[in-house]
Ligand binder design. Structure first.
Ligand code: ATP
Length: 240
């Protein structure tokens, strides 16, 4: 049976994460409604990756609550995550996608169809049989996104997806992400690349030392951030 109730909005309610005796995420609250692209922005060590990992369920909050609209009642997880450095299995491009689908319990004809659709959609058809680890960095990230897309997520998390890529590969990935949003997939990504945030975001969550200091529509944020830390960051001043 298909799980039809939407998982969105995602609600993050007074979430903290403590590590090595420090509050690395400090009483953070926000909601992610369906649609659009939210950028988590902030300097190194602000807690962007941790926040994404907490939302995706890879880490457990030390305090507070992360809740999905359907109570995460479905059998199939409908959020996926793509990492800064894509994790490629020592298998072919196609087998990397097939493996993710198998791990999500999708088998038989449906798995083959979804694999084929992902290879086509992301321009990887000609590479299907090649070892994934021999792809370029940009192609590996494209495969990582294709693999996540094949799982049909409602919400896709990406942690600094282009920080290891050159400008041409970055542009390709940004186009793909805009395409996913146009398709109706909700995207939440971290970046410390201001240009990228300006190009892609509808909304900005600005983090500083584990605290969410600003949560605003991107146009308003870039026109004039309210928080002094965000103003300093946009002005290119060193903050930590
Ligand atoms: N699992 C963990 N346990 C303890 N400390 C951690 C853990 N993961 C990250 N940290 C620390 O938490 C802080 C925030 O890390 P995080 O990776 O979330 O920052 P970030 O905003 O994504 O920065 P960057 O842009 O450098 O990736 C850092 O000081 C980091 O060393």
């Amino acid at each position: 049976m298909r799980d039809i109730a939407s998982i969105l909005p995602l609600s993050v309610d007074r979430v903290s994460f403590t590590g090595e005796g420090r509050k690395l995420v400090d009483v953070v609250s926000f909601a992610v409604p369906a649609g659009g692209l939210t950028v988590l922005l902030g300097p190194n060590g602000a807690g962007k990756s941790l926040t994404l990992r907490l939302c995706h369920g890879l880490l457990k909050p030390s305090a507070g609550e992360i809740a999905w609209a359907n109570g995460a009642a479905g059998r199939v997880k409908r959020h996926a995550m793509v990492f800064q450095k894509p994790i490629m299995l020592r298998r072919s491009v196609e087998a990397n996608i097939a493996h993710a689908l198998a791990a999500a319990g999708i088998s038989g004809i449906e798995r083959r169809q979804r694999c084929g659709a992902a290879l086509d959609r992301f321009g990887l058809g000609e590479r299907a049989a090649q070892p994934a680890r021999l792809l370029s960095g940009g192609e590996q990230q494209r495969l990582a996104i294709a693999r996540a897309w094949a799982l049909r997520p409602e919400l896709l998390f990406l942690d600094e997806p282009t920080s290891q890529l050159d400008p041409a590969a970055t542009r390709q990935i940004e186009e793909l992400l805009s395409g996913l949003v146009a398709e109706g997939i909700t995207v939440m990504m971290s970046t410390h690349d201001l240009g990228q945030a300006k190009r892609l975001a509808n909304r900005v969550l600005f983090l500083h030392r584990g605290r969410l200091v600003e949560d605003r529509p991107a146009a308003d944020f870039f026109a004039g951030p309210l928080a002094p830390e965000a103003r300093a960051f946009l002005a290119g001043e060193l903050i930590w």
